[in-house]
Design a protein around this ligand. Structure first.
Ligand SMILES: Nc1nc2c(ncn2[C@@H]2O[C@H](COP(=O)(O)OP(=O)(O)O)[C@@H](O)[C@H]2O)c(=O)[nH]1
Ligand SMILES: [Mg+2]
Length: 295
């Protein structure tokens, strides 16, 4: 039996992952291919998303190292054309197609204009990036997105990219900047921002409290309690701000499913990598480890 890429197979049967899981697809697949060959190694795309300086690039490196340590094959995609001194060597790099400097020279614009043009230019290289990713065919693809979050989340080219690479195999790791998340109003703002990323890109999200090593234990606990409880953050905001904010707003956020436990992570201390991995397994395989399902 020839190895069939999972994406080709999905195209043939036209099924989406959730229905595969519900229909006990993996069990069916084992009976279909009793020789022990299981083709369906789902290639999962992990997008790192967060505000500028929140730690996306360093978390990409730390997670890739952890995957390597666990013998989980992975590749890194750098989507930041302005990246300098990356801590990792990306297998796939948008800078191979163009850099921020190229854009500034060719279009006669400054760095801000170039960032926006570059974000849109990515849409012209999607097929090439897709081919490169599929050439590697590793179960995990870590995608480091451009510095400023809005360059990725608000541009139409990102929707096109996520769609073309495959929404059904995509997850976003959203990084809460620890310094911003420390204050109640900062935390609430980040909650709005991460929900805007979900609305725009329409893929599942794992929320992490980045650089947790720079916070005290009490600060981490307080931020985690806000992420779990609408009333808790409402009370804190009420105390800290002069203005009245309706409790209904917090209930709305809660009912939209935005209050989810934040995972503290640190690229410096290698904290939380397993939690991210478990979160991904939970999303795609209902908590079962991939290997347990396939073998
Ligand atoms: N203390 C600490 N610093 C970090 C951590 N991750 C990143 N940084 C630092 O934060 C800065 C921004 O990180 P970077 O990953 O480039 O952010 P990005 O703009 O979101 O990609 C860098 O100077 C990193 O050294 C972390 O887990 N702990
Ligand atoms: Mg970066």
């Amino acid at each position: 039996m020839e190895v069939v890429g999972w994406w080709e197979y999905l195209e043939v049967v036209n099924l989406k992952l959730p229905s595969l899981i519900q229909s006990n697809f993996f069990e069916w697949q084992k009976t279909k291919f009793p020789s022990g060959f299981y083709f369906c190694m789902l290639q999962i795309l992990i997008y790192m998303v967060g505000t500028a300086g929140s730690g996306k690039t360093y978390l990409t490196k730390a997670l890739a190292d952890w995957f390597d340590y666990k013998n989980l094959e992975n590749v890194i995609v750098n989507l930041d054309p302005g990246a300098e001194n990356l801590p990792y060597n990306p297998e796939i790099d948008v800078r191979d197609y163009f850099t921020l400097e190229d854009v500034m020279l060719n279009y006669g614009v400054g760095p801000n204009g170039a960032q926006i043009i570059a974000a849109d230019l990515i849409s012209t290289k999607i097929e090439e990036i897709k081919d490169e990713i599929e050439y590697y065919d590793t179960p995990y693809v870590l995608i480091d997105t451009p510095g400023q979050m809005e360059l990725f989340t608000l541009r139409e080219s990102s929707n096109l990219l996520v769609d073309t690479l495959g929404k059904e195999r995509s997850v976003m790791v959203y990084l809460f900047d620890p310094v911003v998340a420390k204050t109640p109003s900062g935390f609430l703002s980040l909650l709005f921002m991460c929900s805007s990323a979900v609305f725009k890109l329409n893929i599942p999200q794992i929320q992490v409290l980045a650089k947790a090593d720079v916070l005290s234990e009490e600060e981490v606990e307080r931020i985690l309690s806000w992420s779990l409880n609408a009333e808790e953050i409402y009370q804190s905001i009420h105390q800290a701000m002069e203005r009245n904010i309706s409790l209904e707003l917090f209930y709305l956020l809660r009912d939209l499913g935005l209050f989810r436990p934040l995972m503290p992570v640190s690229a410096v201390e290698n904290l939380g990598m397993e939690d991210i991995y478990d979160g991904i397994q939970e999303l795609f395989y209902g908590g079962e480890d991939l290997e347990k399902i396939l073998f």
